[in-house]
Write a protein that binds this ligand. Structure first.
Ligand SMILES: CC(C)(COP(=O)(O)OP(=O)(O)OC[C@H]1O[C@@H](n2cnc3c(N)ncnc32)[C@H](O)[C@@H]1OP(=O)(O)O)[C@@H](O)C(=O)NCCC(=O)NCCS
Length: 443
């Protein structure tokens, strides 16, 4: 990537960096993902997310590794269909192998996380992962005469204890295991652990990594967005097909369960493509499939939580001299003057209205649309909204001061006027060095 491309990418991703900060993401990594040659890159991307203050929980599976260990030990796996899935019957020998394999994988993941972000200035950054007995399990017991032995199901998740870890900036690392109050160890489906943990934490996202780049349509193209209802229909259809060992079906089911438990966004991304996770999280087009209720764009008054979003949006323009420099403190103080356009938690546009009641005039300032979202009348909507607000407030006209965008405002019905026509209080702030053009519109 050349420098210019890099700068563009960084600018494009900045609203997402902001939107993901302090959010809780549960990552669901199957044993297949861990075995993939791309896994090292995934772990580095996880470290990057952690360094951006995303609260991460990792839930990993171990199915192919357990299969291999069974094979090596000369034990034949016994499976039994239960409800929707085929489950392994984990007998005494089996649970010993499961414990070893899961322990090994945990060490492998912890070791990789310890490498930080190699090749970057953050290579020495410490990413701390931890394990714990957060999942209480119970035996599946004997179903239709079949004893599932040490194969269990989830009884509850200790969300309070997990949150405590997250508050300390630590990544909880959970395997497909749970413990009973009597001290027994149970083998669980990691997808169910992930869904239960995401639901209990009211996570912002559950992210599944799969061989496929996402959910594919009939032509093999990735469907970038689906609603939980559409996902449910897909799950029903796949169940009817009854494919053996349908790993994707298990993941889709977990995503559906999590969305039902209040997780607003679930994602399915490739574990085999380098960068797919970051592309999904930091670009508008994404890479995989997002499960969410229809995304919607909201035009609303700004509140304190929007300050960072507004700063990110306006800073590059202030640095380029297009906008007047506004410090974070100033934006914080004047936040009630701002209106924002929010899309899926991102501030993608803003504008502010400053009243001058004595002159019945109001200034429209700081009109910005994020570069990735320009050209769809968003700024026009923002300006119209502020004009209506000014009109309702009894103002006779709105005016703007701009150095580079006068033509755009002319298209919005503004006419050039003189500095002398500005309200006295505003005139005194006009600086000859900036030499902004003044335009005004009668409401
Ligand atoms: C100006 C700005 C707010 C427009 O945002 P937007 O959401 O794309 O606006 P709209 O979709 O309503 O209008 C887009 C149209 O304005 C045009 N336009 C964008 N910037 C322009 C400018 N500086 N001068 C003239 N026209 C401009 C676009 O080419 C497009 O025209 P088209 O539809 O004929 O292709 C956006 O480009 C921006 O954020 N610029 C930097 C900040 C700025 O200059 N703010 C104004 C000072 S307060």
């Amino acid at each position: 990537m050349d420098t210019l491309q890099y700068v563009k990418w960084l600018r494009g991703s900045s609203p997402y960096i902001n939107a993901h900060r302090d959010r809780t993401f549960v990552l669901m990594l199957g044993g297949e993902a861990i075995a993939d040659p791309n896994f090292e890159n995934i772990v580095h991307d996880i470290a990057l997310l952690a360094s951006l203050d995303v609260r991460l929980v990792i839930v990993f599976g171990a199915r192919p590794q357990i299969d291999a260990a069974y094979q090596q030990a000369g034990i034949t796996s016994q499976y039994q269909a239960l409800g929707r899935h085929l489950l392994r019957i984990t007998d005494d020998d089996g649970i010993r192998l499961v414990r070893q394999v899961v322990g090994d994988l945990r060490i492998q993941i912890e070791a990789l996380l310890s490498t930080g972000l190699p090749g970057s200035p953050m290579h020495a950054s410490r990413i701390t992962a931890t394990g714990g007995n957060w999942v209480t399990a119970k035996p599946l017991g004997v179903v239709n005469g079949v004893d599932f032995c040490h194969t269990g199901e989830i009884r509850r998740v200790d969300a309070v204890a997990l949150r405590r870890q997250l508050d300390c900036g630590v990544i909880p690392l959970l395997g497909p295991m749970g413990y009973s109050p009597s001290g027994e160890v149970f083998n669980l489906a990691y997808e169910e652990v992930a869904a239960a943990v995401a639901g209990a934490l009211r996570a912002d996202k559950l992210i599944a990594l799969d061989e496929e780049p996402g959910v594919l349509d009939a032509d093999g193209r990735v469907i970038s967005e689906m609603t939980p209802r559409e996902l449910e229909a897909l799950i029903t259809a796949r169940r009817e097909e009854e494919r053996e060992g349908d790993e994707l079906l298990r993941q889709l089911t977990a995503m559906f369960e999590a969305s039902r438990a209040g997780v607003r966004r679930c994602h399915l991304v490739s574990h085999a493509t380098d960068g797919a996770l970051l592309q999904e999280l930091f670009t508008r087009q994404g890479s995989g499939t997002q499960i969410t209720e229809q995304s919607y764009e909201q035009l609303r008054p700004a509140h304190r939580d929007d300050v960072s979003g507004i700063v990110e949006l306006t800073r590059p323009l202030a640095e380029a001299g297009v906008l007047v420099e506004r410090s974070r403190e100033l934006i914080e103080r004047e936040i009630e003057r701002f209106t924002v356009l929010e899309l899926d938690g991102l501030v993608i546009g803003c504008a502010a209205l400053y009243p001058y009641p004595e002159e019945q005039a109001a200034e429209i300032a700081c009109v910005v649309t994020h570069p990735e979202f320009q050209g769809a009348d968003r700024a026009e909507r923002l300006v119209r909204h502020l004009e209506i607000q000014a009109q309702r407030g009894g103002f006779a006209r709105t005016f703007v001061l701009t150095t580079r965008t006068s033509h755009w405002f002319v298209e919005q019905g503004y006419r050039p006027t003189t500095v002398e026509s500005l309200p006295a209080a505003r005139r005194s702030l006009w600086t000859p060095t900036r030499n902004s053009k003044v335009l005004s519109k009668t409401l």
